[in-house]
Ligand binder design. Structure first.
Ligand SMILES: [Zn+2]
Length: 394
């Protein structure tokens, strides 16, 4: 029980660490320097994934080489078995021939014994010695042939045993091939994951790079130091509060720790899900500035992204810095650095796309960060209860 609890606690802890990394990666940083630090981390992440890919590729190559070697071994065994079978046939023919020879010899002896008249004649006519002599020769010859046949039988036995050994070797090799193929499949799956991870990491990096470039420009225009906070350097529009980002929708999932429906493990859900048909206009929840846009790197590839297209808007509400996040967008209709109001359509909703493996159907994922920490959107926006529908933005 304790073990089980600690395992759950461990999972939660890991999930929070993981989730806080996600916060850091997607949060509105307070100064240009922070953003640059994040960009460096993004790049390191892209490189780390690329290094892992290389390692897995190397492992795949090694296994493929091993598979080739085992296949060659099997070929060799099969060829050896063929040679051995031919040898057995050869020996069997030879045995038949020797047997025939013995039969002939015995036959001769029999005939000699049977021809009584002739024998009698031989007895009387001093040829008994000759008869004995002939019998002895025949006996010797048959004994010699018998020995040879026995040797050949031994050889056949040896060959058959060798064939058995080779067959066993083939079976073993085939087992090895099966095992290698299982490992290879695992590596290939890992590789597929890494390819997707690499694309996501690169999309993050490129989005953060654009963000840094945009802020660099604004910081330069306003003559600010890198360490100055964004709020102090850039005139983010003021807002009094947040309203719903959709004109209508149904709350389908709450903010908080939850068992993820498609990833199948406990994970921090850092926003609220609002079910709405595809291509519904999505509005900014308050006036602000678009600070980050992440586009799906490869929309043609199934399961290539978690979260789809994303837009982040920075706000100054009652003097505090917030960022709102809009995910699973089908399309984006704002540009980086655009000033928006609560009536600006930032994009159209999605969530039904095949490239997005972190969604089960059309919906908007809406998140709010205070500073750089995701908070429950319910603390800022008036949403109905879970499963309930709303039909206005207030
Ligand atoms: Zn969500």
């Amino acid at each position: 029980m304790i073990k089980r609890c600690s395992k759950i606690l461990f999972t939660i802890l890991i999930t929070f660490i993981f989730a806080s990394n996600v916060f850091a990666a997607t949060s509105g940083k307070t100064s240009l320097k922070d953003l640059k630090d994040q960009l460096a981390k993004d790049k390191a992440n892209v490189n780390a994934i690329a290094a892992k890919q290389q390692q897995v590729q190397k492992n795949i190559k090694n296994i493929e080489k091993e598979l080739d070697e085992v296949a060659n071994e099997i070929d060799q065994c099969e060829s050896d078995i063929k040679t051995s079978k031919e040898k057995v046939i050869e020996l069997e023919t030879e045995i038949t021939n020797k047997q025939l020879e013995i039969d002939n010899l015995l036959n001769f002896l029999q005939v000699s014994k049977g021809e009584n008249v002739y024998m009698e004649y031989i007895f009387k006519a001093k040829s008994f010695t000759d008869f004995i002599y002939r019998s002895a020769v025949v006996e010797q010859l048959t004994e010699h042939n018998d020995n040879m046949i026995n040797e050949m039988y031994d050889l056949i036995e040896k060959n058959k045993q060798e064939q058995k050994n080779l067959s066993k070797k083939i079976d073993d090799s085939e087992n090895t091939i099966d095992k290698l193929n299982v490992t290879l499949k695992k590596y290939n799956l890992t590789m597929d994951d890494l390819v997707d991870d690499h694309k996501d990491a690169k999309a993050d990096y490129l989005a953060d790079k654009k963000e840094v470039e945009a802020y660099e420009k604004l910081y330069k225009q306003n003559g600010c130091k890198e360490t100055t906070t964004i709020l102090n350097c850039i005139d983010i529009p003021y807002a009094n509060g947040f309203i719903r980002p959709l004109k209508s929708g149904t709350i389908t999932s709450e903010y908080g720790l939850r068992y993820h429906p498609t990833l199948h493990y406990y994970r921090m859900h850092n926003g609220i899900d609002i079910g709405t048909p595809m291509n519904t206009p999505v509005y900014a929840a308050a006036a602000g500035i678009v600070t980050k846009i992440t586009r799906v790197a490869n929309p043609a590839k199934k399961n290539s992204s978690c979260g789809g297209n994303k837009v982040y808007v920075k706000h100054r509400v009652n003097g505090k810095e917030y960022t709102t996040a809009y995910m699973h967008l089908h399309s984006i209709s704002v540009k980086l650095n655009d000033f928006v109001t609560a009536s600006t359509v930032i994009g159209k909703s999605g969530g039904g796309e095949s490239y997005d493996y972190c969604t089960t159907g059309p919906h908007l994922h809406f998140g709010i960060l205070k500073g750089s920490t995701y908070e429950n959107p319910r603390n800022y926006v008036n949403f109905p209860k879970l499963g309930k529908r709303f039909t206005s933005r207030y």
